[in-house]
Design a protein around this ligand. Structure first.
Ligand code: SF4
Length: 331
């Protein structure tokens, strides 16, 4: 369960003397939206405006909307800072998971066995488990591994985002393997395309350890099928998200020029969220998303047309070798 610490939020509101506070919460915390609003309102006297648009990262920061509703403070729960400038003072309140007692030691034991004693590893995690990274690293060192934690660009030490693996890349040359503390497949796959080293996972929720192997090949096969479907496309829709942290208008223009340079048609479509239903009636043969990389990977099958990432588009036009496949990053 995500650990919610309302004290920091309350202190931030009191310090600011805010009368109207905008609150942004991730999907996994919506069931506690009333608890958050009530807790802040009762302790500060401020009125809370809870934004319920889906929010999967601080790239979806609603600072502009917060300003429009008259809020003098935005509390963004669940994610770490992403943008350097905001229209309203913003306090980020990342949330971490409370882990099962003894769980980290169990995972460390499993990883040490799988990776092998004496090996040098890069340790990384997502924001939800970053608070446990130091102690997990110490447990791994006690079991004979040499642990490195990289400093990336625009992220906390050891942190990875689905669009930023720079913390792993920063120590790529020093290590023999990468260990990811976290859950889900998306980030682990991303790491495997950013690093040439074997990738191991330590899942603090299921308490399982593993090595990424077949999943990578399966993923590549699926993506190659999508790329192949787009090869004969005569027209492309380039999807541009207007979210501040995902807005890549220069890239959209560059892709349009590239596509047109190959004698095909290209049109740019803008929306806040990128959703298949927004494209109903739009008759293009293939799509390229410049927004969150997760869209092309997780939601691709819900689009009628083949949905590519920008680097996959370059595979449509030239580079076909799957061993050179990469995930687009926002750096
Ligand atoms: S991976 Fe997607 S949701 Fe996460 S920070 Fe990057 S753009 Fe935002």
């Amino acid at each position: 369960m995500l650990q919610l610490d309302l004290d920091k939020a309350v202190q931030a509101v009191l310090k600011k003397g805010a009368k109207i506070v905008a609150v942004q919460i991730p999907e996994g915390l919506k069931e506690r939206a009333l608890e958050i609003a009530k807790g802040i309102e009762e302790k500060t006297g401020a009125v809370v405006f809870t934004f319920v648009d889906p929010c999967y990262g601080s790239c979806s920061l609603s600072d502009h909307e917060a300003k429009r509703v008259g809020a003098s403070l935005l509390l963004h729960f669940g994610h770490s800072p992403f943008l350097s400038k905001t229209e309203v003072e913003t306090v980020y309140l990342p949330l971490g998971y409370k882990l099962v007692k003894g769980g980290l030691a169990m995972l460390a034991e499993g990883i040490a066995k799988k990776v092998g004693k004496g090996k040098k590893i890069a340790l990384c995690s997502t924001v939800q488990y970053l608070g446990h990274l130091k102690s997990f690293g110490e447990l791994l060192e006690k079991r004979g591994l040499k642990v490195f934690v990289g400093r990336g660009k625009g992220v906390s030490k050891g942190q990875v985002l689905g669009c930023n693996y720079s913390s792993v890349k920063s120590i790529e040359g020093k290590v023999e393997a990468v260990v990811f503390l976290g859950d889900g497949l998306f980030h682990v796959l991303g790491i495997s395309f950013s690093s040439s080293k074997p990738v191991f996972t330590a899942n603090p929720l299921s308490l399982e350890v593993g090595e990424l192997k077949n999943e990578r090949d399966l993923f590549l096969r699926k993506r190659y099928a999508v790329i192949a479907r787009a090869m004969d496309a005569k027209s492309f829709g380039i999807l541009l998200s207007s979210k501040k942290g995902q807005l890549r208008e220069k890239l959209a223009l560059k892709l349009k020029r590239e596509i047109e340079g190959k004698g095909r048609k290209a049109f740019i479509f803008v929306s806040d969220f990128v959703k298949p239903e927004y494209l109903t009636g739009v008759k293009v043969d293939a799509l390229v998303s410049t927004a969150c990389p997760r869209i092309a990977f997780d939601d691709s099958s819900s689009f009628k047309q083949p949905l590519l990432s920008p680097s996959e588009l370059s595979m449509v036009f030239g580079e076909k070798r799957l061993e050179n496949y990469k995930i687009d990053e926002f750096l």
